[in-house]
Ligand binder design. Structure first.
Ligand code: SF4
Length: 755
């Protein structure tokens, strides 16, 4: 029989041989780089005939088991599995060791089978990255017992695999038969759906600019679910920047499921650990948290219950209910279910972050996945954050006073090197062309010392020390790949003993980090109402050369939106005071002409507050309400509640803040917007450095730093006015620069500007 279900050795063993507690207590584990270096060092200590990374595979009924053993020495007939660690090996939990043995025994069988061996020596090589010493635990094993072990584990997995194959066959048949969930496509929705499907057919990436109101979420999920059956996709990942985007995706799955009730589709919502945790005062290990104790013993039942759940989607509430019924942690149950779901809905970071779970599972399991990223205009800023790191001197200064004696010296060394950097600093902000070697060496030594201290004192609790360790490790990790895509800068504030400085590895072009993620997916579609110009997104995000681009026609027509240009006003910083009176006059006139609800956007709180004060003084009869600095959720809700079908007045807000995108005020709730800014990011030393770097890389420094991000915010903000095909409204673009053809070229093509 030809194998029909492929499973990696590691995944097989994690399924069949993992038992006992979930144990994620803080232990300083080797970095990926240390792990790779450790494996290489062990291999270099072996003889010339030593084979590294031995590919092995075998079959068991419909199962195909495959993987790569770390090393085989044919002279000694010894098969090795290398595990790097730090600290005291005796503290490694038993269930980790059992898992390592299970993997090695499976490899042992596959090796005996492929090379016709009767016996083999199995060696678990534990390599301490601190001392660089190896501890070998060996066992002579004969081929028959290894085969029995292999068959036992494959047998345990087979029932599950058969159920998975049956699910997959039913799922694909259901998807093939599935009809579009609505009576017809909305204008633009078909064009988007076709582009999505074609991108999957061509196995390429897609940038889709698709306006609000066309049903983007169903219009993207539906074709990719169809493609899942046709193109043999394992999974679709729907990623969103905000909770509201995730909710829309889950609603879209429910809509699709409602129209095909027999479709066995498993959809899962992934949420952040702090929002899913049931015991925020506890730590994630069996001695502290009851939901971690015996987690793997109860996981199989919880997993089966979740996957046979009648809920159309396993959202946060559904996963929680099942987890608590089986007394397992909801967050870790969710991450486990990601392996078995057909559609996974979560934040961008689950696939694009430096240690993204969905990305590593895709690589480990060789999944064929399609990735959808909604509101993708956020991707550049979100990805920059994912690949940036900061260290603050004030934190280290405090830590030096409280750290254990054994760590004082290495921390002092970092502190001294840091002082030297501050002394050499020329001004408040300085960009360095290379990383300071002595500082980095001191940081590395301190991080290693802290790691070893924790390994020797596992019960030691010090949140500040732990935070510094994480920050330093993150900083060093990014330093390993430091290059033209990032800046290294130091910002100093205060003076003398009160001075502080922040070292920042500031990513500005995430492309090199994201590129492998696009390559690992069968297809990736990034979509948003504002993705122009497409080359800005392609370049900065590192999308493949064959990325397709579609600009979906708007369902709205020019007659719906009156776009007026106030070219007699300049909102440049130096002209702001002078602009206040004409802006107040213009807003007053528009309100008199057509009373109703308006939003007015400004580039800063200061500007907005001055404009609102003058407007209120000159037009006391018009209700006004203002966004406030650090407005909380309740405040935001109150602000939005002022926009109702019967109300009228002007809400003053800051562009790029909470009200410039992601809010929906259809009909009379919003009939117009005044945009008194060009949206350009502030002119400051950091942005000027970004401009220079963008210029060096792409040759379009100003546009890539200022114009495009600014105009993207303008179009998003103006996009609040027309939400449905029956909406009518007015947008005022207030600044003389809106008259420039290169700026107007970045506005939606369906707008008609009245001069
Ligand atoms: S419930 Fe919270 S503390 Fe317990 S294992 Fe889950 S995430 Fe960790």
């Amino acid at each position: 029989m030809t194998a029909a279900y492929t499973v990696a050795v590691r995944a097989l063993c994690e399924f069949t041989a993992k038992a006992g507690d979930l144990d994620l207590r803080f232990t300083p584990t080797p970095t990926a780089q240390e792990g790779i270096a450790g494996h290489a060092l062990v291999a270099s200590r072996r003889n010339d005939s030593y084979e590294k990374e031995v590919s092995l595979s075998g079959e068991f009924g419909p199962l195909r088991v495959r993987g790569r053993a770390d090393g085989y020495d044919p002279q000694q007939n010894q098969l090795e599995e290398i595990k790097t660690f730090r600290g005291d090996l005796a503290r490694m939990p038993d269930n980790h060791r059992q898992l390592h043995w299970a993997q090695l025994k499976i490899y042992g069988h596959l090796l005996c089978q492929s090379r016709g061996l009767d016996t083999v020596r199995l060696a678990l090589v534990y390599f301490d990255v601190g001392s660089q010493k190896e501890t070998l635990i060996t066992e002579q094993a004969d081929a028959d017992s290894l085969r029995a072990f292999y068959e036992l584990h494959c047998g345990r997995f087979l029932a599950w695999a058969e159920q998975e194959m049956a699910h997959r066959a039913q799922r694909d048949a259901g998807l093939q038969a599935m009809r579009f969930p609505h009576a017809g496509f909305r204008p633009g929705q078909r064009q988007l759906a076709e582009a999505m499907y074609k991108a999957s057919t061509r196995a390429c990436s897609l940038l889709a600019q698709a306006p609000t109101g066309i049903g983007k979420t169903v219009g993207s999920l539906f074709p990719l679910l169809k493609a899942s059956a046709e193109h043999k996709l394992d999974k679709v990942f729907f990623l969103a920047a905000k909770t509201s985007g995730r909710r829309m995706a889950l609603d879209a799955v429910e809509t699709i499921r409602a129209s095909a009730p027999l479709l066995p589709l498993r959809a899962l919502e992934l949420v952040a650990r702090n929002t899913a945790c049931e015991h925020p005062d506890k730590a994630c290990h069996g001695e502290s948290c009851p939901l971690a104790r015996g987690f793997y013993d109860r996981l199989p039942a919880a997993r089966s219950a979740a996957l046979s759940s009648p809920s159309p989607v396993l959202d946060k509430a559904a996963v929680r209910e099942i987890a608590l019924a089986h007394q397992v942690c909801p967050y870790y149950l969710g991450t486990e279910l990601a392996r078995w779901a057909d559609v996974v809905v979560g934040d961008y970071n689950y696939y694009f972050d430096i240690s993204a779970m969905l990305y590593s599972l895709t690589l480990q399991n060789d999944w064929k996945v399609s990735v959808l990223a909604d509101e993708a205009h956020n991707m550049v800023s979100r990805a920059r954050k994912m690949y940036s790191a900061e260290l603050e001197h004030a934190g280290l200064r405090m830590l030096r006073k409280t750290a254990p004696e054994a760590l004082k010296k290495p921390l002092d060394r970092v502190h001294r090197q840091w002082n030297t950097l501050e002394k050499e600093q020329d001004g408040e902000y300085q960009v360095h062309t290379s990383l300071p070697e002595k500082f980095m060496a001191a940081l590395q030594t301190a991080a290693t010392a802290i790691g070893e201290y924790y390994a020797e004192h596992p019960a030691y609790v010090d949140e500040d020390l732990q935070r510094f360790y994480f920050d330093a490790s993150g900083f060093m990790r990014l330093a390993e790949s430091y290059g033209q895509h990032s800046l290294f800068d130091i910002t100093v504030s205060g003076a003398g003993t009160r001075s502080n400085s922040v070292l920042c590895l500031r990513n500005i072009v995430p492309a090199p980090f994201l590129k492998p993620r696009f390559e690992a997916a069968h297809s990736t579609a990034l979509f948003s109402a504002t993705l122009s110009p497409w080359n800005y997104y392609c370049d900065t995000l590192g999308m493949p050369d064959n990325t397709a681009w579609v600009d979906v026609e708007s369902p709205f027509i020019a007659e719906q939106l009156s776009v007026r240009l106030a070219g007699h006003i300049s909102t440049r910083y130096q002209h702001r005071d002078r602009s206040l009176a004409p802006i107040a006059e213009l807003m007053g006139e528009q309100y008199q002409r057509q009373p109703g609800n308006y939003l007015a956007f400004f580039s800063s709180f200061d500007y907005m507050e001055k404009a609102a004060a003058l407007f209120a003084e000159r037009h006391p009869g018009v209700p006004v309400w203002l966004q406030t600095r650090r407005m909380d959720e309740a405040g935001r809700e109150q602000f939005l509640a002022r926009f109702n079908a019967a109300s009228s007045g002007i809400g003053f807000a800051v562009l790029g803040g909470s009200f410039g995108e992601g809010i929906d005020l259809p009909g009379a709730r919003l009939i117009g917007a005044f945009i008194a800014t060009l949206g350009l990011p502030q002119l400051n030393p950091v942005n000027e450095q970004i401009r220079q770097r963008m210029d060096a890389i792409f040759g379009s420094g100003y546009d890539y730093t200022y114009t495009y991000p600014g105009m993207q915010k303008i179009v998003q903000a103006a996009g609040r006015v027309i939400r449905t095909e029956s909406d009518r409204g007015t947008v005022y673009l207030i600044d003389d620069r809106y008259a420039r053809p290169e700026i107007q070229a970045l506005l939606p093509s369906w707008w008609r500007i009245e001069q």
